[in-house]
Design a protein around this ligand. Structure first.
Ligand SMILES: CC(C)=CCC/C(C)=C/CC/C(C)=C/CC/C(C)=C/COP(=O)(O)OP(=O)(O)O
Ligand SMILES: O=P(O)(O)OC[C@@H](O)CO
Ligand SMILES: [Mg+2]
Length: 241
């Protein structure tokens, strides 16, 4: 139990960098699972994240059981809603959208998740989710009806991330938004990282090896990439281990 978070901490203390491939159940063809997982397994990926801002009921569960036939990597839920929580996964990012001021996404959905979680043995990892504007309206913004943080007010981003840590959150996730035109600026990553003691996740709009390495060098401990693989599976070739 609790192995996934412990392993993340261990990797950070060893100076290793982590990569999660985000699979959005709504955009994934089930009959492509074996092929896609095969590419993940041959790449430098360390985790599989599963989630979307809008996903139909039960699709997540079916997808994870299929993935488990082909992969040993840890499967972590990154849910846009309570309905995506399933015992098939290994862990759950217990998200609170701390960049926003919508109580439903700060504490409401979390309360609703508890009765479901009580019957499961998922590893639960409290995560402060911080959405930062990237020039276009993101799915998370639309679904949660919140405003992202301005990318020019860096101190506010740092203070938001730190407040999450002080509230006891075990991970902080800086999100530019799925398919963002520009990933999180590197100076934001490095300033946030310099004030945190918990691991830092960065995602949104990363689509080249250079952007991935830049994010790591700036201080990201774990990077999440989804859209780049949805659009072009040959990107796995660049990330071969
Ligand atoms: C019940 C718990 C613990 C959490 C669920 C409720 C909360 C607080 C969610 C955070 C806000 C949110 C909607 C997150 C979604 C995260 C996610 C999987 C984003 C990826 O979005 P895509 O579905 O790829 O977007 P596109 O549809 O634009 O590609
Ligand atoms: O789909 P991309 O742009 O890679 O973003 C990944 C993740 O951070 C989205 O929530
Ligand atoms: Mg997406």
């Amino acid at each position: 139990m609790k192995a996934i978070y412990t392993n993340i901490l261990q990797a950070v203390s060893n100076g290793e960098k982590l990569l999660a491939i985000l699979i959005d159940p709504d955009k994934f063809l089930l009959n492509n699972t074996q092929n896609f997982i095969d590419k993940i397994e041959k790449s430098i990926a360390t985790h599989i994240f599963i989630g979307g801002s809008t996903v139909d009921d039960f699709v997540t569960e079916t997808l994870i059981s299929e993935i488990k036939k082909f992969s040993q990597l840890p499967i972590v839920l990154f849910p846009g809603d309570v309905s995506q929580i399933t015992n098939q996964a290994d862990a759950l990012l217990f998200l609170s959208l701390i960049s926003g001021r919508n109580p439903e996404y700060l504490i409401g959905k979390q309360v609703k998740a508890v009765s479901k979680l009580r019957q499961m043995n998922l590893e639960i990892i409290s995560t402060g989710y911080v959405l930062i504007e990237n020039g276009k309206k993101t799915a998370v913004q639309r679904v949660t009806e919140t405003k992202p943080l301005s990318r020019t007010h860096i101190q506010n981003i740092v203070d938001t991330a730190k407040a999450g840590e002080l509230l006891g959150m075990k991970l902080i996730y800086l999100e530019a938004g799925s398919g963002a035109l520009h990933p999180i600026p590197l100076d934001i990553i490095s300033k946030v990282k310099s004030e945190l003691t918990v691991p830092l996740i960065v995602g949104g709009g990363i689509k080249t090896k250079e952007q991935l390495e830049d994010a790591y060098n700036a201080g990201a401990d774990l990077v999440v990439i989804g859209t780049a693989f949805e659009n072009d599976e040959s990107f796995f070739e660049e990330l071969k281990s």
